[in-house]
Design a protein around this ligand. Structure first.
Ligand SMILES: Cc1cc2nc3c(=O)[nH]c(=O)nc-3n(C[C@H](O)[C@H](O)[C@H](O)COP(=O)(O)OP(=O)(O)OC[C@H]3O[C@@H](n4cnc5c(N)ncnc54)[C@H](O)[C@@H]3O)c2cc1C
Length: 416
C-alpha cells in the first residue's frame, strides 16, 4: 500500500515538473474567466470549469499556489451541519470528496475515521441532538452515542463522571474524515492545467477594472487583463478585493491557530471535538496529535501564533485526554479565516454589479466545501443560472434578512 502511494507520488512530482504548473505562463490580455486566488476554492472552480469546456481561464495568486488557508488547514471533512441549507450542500461536497482521488488520479489519502462531537452539558446535548435529528432527515449519517459507545470509540478519553464538565454524550458522524490537503490543491491544479487553464503564482491583483456597473478585468503591477467574469476566491483577503469594486462584504478576517504534538503511538482513530471546550483533535498517520479550536476573538491579518491561544488549546485538550500532559508540542501555526456573521459562506453574484462572482466567507470550515462550491460556481458560469444548492448563500441574504445561523460550522462546532 505505502509503496504504491510512494510510486504514485513520485510520478506526480515528475509529472508536475514536466508540466511546470507552478511556473509562470505568459499572461494573455483577455480571458473568459479570471479567478483571483489559487487556493482550494479557486483551483476547484478552475477544474470544474475546464470539465465543462470553459478552459480560457486564468488563476492568479499573490503567493505560491495553495499557500493561503488551504496550506494551513487541518482538513477535517464532514457534513453534519445544523441548518437545512448547509446540510445538503456539505453532504454533496463530502460525496464528491469520496471519489475525488480517482477523478484527479492522485491518492488524496482521504481517511474516513469519523467524528465525535462531545457534549458536556445539558444545553450542548440538546444542540447536538437537534443536529442529529436534522441530519437524519437530510440523509447525513450522524447520531447520538452515550459514554459506553464513546469509550469503545475512544478508549483514551477521560470519562470520569464526577469531574467538572463530564462527558455526557456525543454526536457521532462515521463518514467524516481527514484528507491530505496539499494533494487536493495540487491535484486540482494539475487537472485544470492539463485541460488548458493558466495558473500563475506570485502575481498580485492590485485593482479591478470597473466600468459603470461591470467588473471587466483585473490589474496586476505590470498588466491589465480583461475578463468576461472575475471571481473573488481570496478567503481571508476577500473583503480587500471586493473593496476594489466598492463592495462592502459582511466579512471580518480572523486568524485561526492550531498546533501539533510530537509523534505518539496510535491511540486515537477518530476526530474528536468538544462543543463546550471549543477544541478539536485527531491523530495523524505519523502519530502527531493535531489540535485546533475557534478563531482568535479579534480581527487581524497577522499569522503569528500566540501564547494565549496555545494555552486555550492545550488546557482544554487535556480536559479530555489528561494522559497527554507530558507530551511536547512540535509546531503551532495560524491562517486567515474570512468570517461571516451567520457562519455560512457567500457564493454567487453581487446584485447591481455584473461580471463579478464571489466564493468566499469560507471561514474556518471551507476546505470541506471546495468540491461542491467549485462545481456549483462552474455551473453558474456555464448556465448563467444559480444552482439551487447555493441559492441560500447569496450575498443579498444580509439585506433581505434571510441570514442562516449555521452554528455547526465552527471546527469545535457548538450549538447550545
Ligand atoms: C488553521 C486552519 C484550520 C482549518 N481547518 C479546517 C478544517 O479542518 N476543515 C475545513 O473544512 N476547513 C478548515 N479551515 C478552513 C479552510 O482551510 C479554508 O476555508 C479554505 O482553505 C479556504 O480556501 P480558499 O481557496 O477560499 O482560500 P485560500 O486557501 O486562503 O486561498 C486564497 C488565496 O488568495 C490569494 N490572494 C489573496 N489576495 C490576493 C490578491 N490581491 N491577488 C492574488 N491573490 C490573492 C492568497 O494568496 C491565497 O493563496 C481551516 C483554516 C485554517 C486557517
Amino acid at each position: 500500500m505505502h509503496q504504491s502511494i510512494g510510486i504514485e507520488s513520485m510520478k506526480f512530482f515528475q509529472d508536475s515538473q514536466q508540466n511546470n504548473f507552478f511556473d509562470n505562463h505568459e499572461i494573455k490580455n483577455a480571458y473568459d474567466v479570471v479567478i483571483i486566488g489559487g487556493g482550494v476554492h479557486g483551483l476547484s472552480l478552475a477544474h470544474y470549469l475546464a470539465k465543462l469546456g470553459i478552459t480560457d481561464v486564468l488563476v492568479l495568486d499573490q503567493g505560491y499556489i495553495g499557500g493561503g488557508a488551504s496550506a494551513r488547514t487541518t482538513a477535517i471533512l464532514r457534513a453534519n451541519y445544523y441548518t437545512p441549507e448547509a446540510i445538503p450542500f456539505f453532504r454533496e461536497s463530502l460525496k464528491l470528496y469520496e471519489t475525488l482521488s480517482s477523478e484527479l488520479e492522485l491518492n488524496l489519502l482521504f481517511n474516513q475515521i469519523g467524528r465525535l462531537d462531545i457534549g458536556h452539558s445539558e444545553s450542548a446535548i440538546y444542540g447536538l441532538q437537534t443536529r442529529a435529528d436534522f441530519n437524519r432527515l437530510l440523509n447525513v449519517e450522524s447520531y447520538m452515542v452515550g459514554p459506553n459507545e464513546i469509550s469503545e470509540l475512544v478508549p483514551a478519553m477521560d470519562l470520569r463522571e464526577n469531574k467538572l464538565y463530564p462527558v455526557m454524550a456525543a454526536l457521532y458522524h462515521p463518514t467524516a474524515g481527514v484528507i491530505r490537503h496539499d494533494a487536493v490543491v495540487w491535484g486540482y491544479a494539475r487537472s485544470a492545467k492539463r485541460m488548458g487553464v493558466h495558473i500563475v503564482p506570485f502575481t498580485k491583483v492590485i485593482d479591478l477594472i470597473v466600468c459603470r456597473n461591470r467588473v471587466s478585468g483585473i490589474k496586476t503591477i505590470n498588466k491589465e487583463v480583461s475578463a468576461k467574469i472575475v471571481v473573488n476566491a481570496t478567503a481571508g483577503w476577500a473583503s480587500t478585493i471586493a473593496n476594489m469594486a466598492n463592495i462592502k462584504l459582511p466579512i471580518t478576517t480572523h486568524p485561526l491557530q492550531v498546533a501539533v504534538t510530537e509523534p505518539l503511538k496510535p491511540f486515537l482513530d477518530t476526530t474528536v471535538s468538544s462543543a463546550n471546550f471549543h477544541v478539536y483533535a485527531y491523530q495523524t498517520d505519523r502519530g502527531e496529535v493535531v489540535i485546533g479550536g475557534g478563531v482568535d476573538a479579534y480581527p487581524s491579518y497577522s499569522m503569528r501564533s500566540s501564547l494565549s491561544s496555545i494555552h486555550h488549546l492545550v488546557s482544554n485538550t487535556l480536559k479530555m485526554f489528561p494522559m497527554l500532559r507530558d507530551v511536547r508540542l512540535l509546531r503551532q501555526w495560524s491562517g486567515l479565516c474570512d468570517m461571516t456573521p451567520d457562519y455560512a459562506p457567500i457564493i454567487g453574484r453581487v446584485n447591481g454589479i455584473d461580471g463579478f462572482l464571489l466564493t468566499c466567507g469560507w471561514g474556518s470550515w471551507g476546505f470541506k466545501a471546495a468540491p461542491m462550491a467549485g462545481k456549483s460556481v462552474a455551473e453558474l458560469i456555464f448556465t448563467g443560472k444559480t444552482p439551487e444548492l447555493i441559492k441560500p448563500f447569496r450575498l443579498s441574504r444580509f439585506s433581505t434578512g434571510k441570514i442562516l445561523n449555521e452554528r455547526a460550522s465552527a471546527p469545535a462546532a457548538a450549538v447550545h
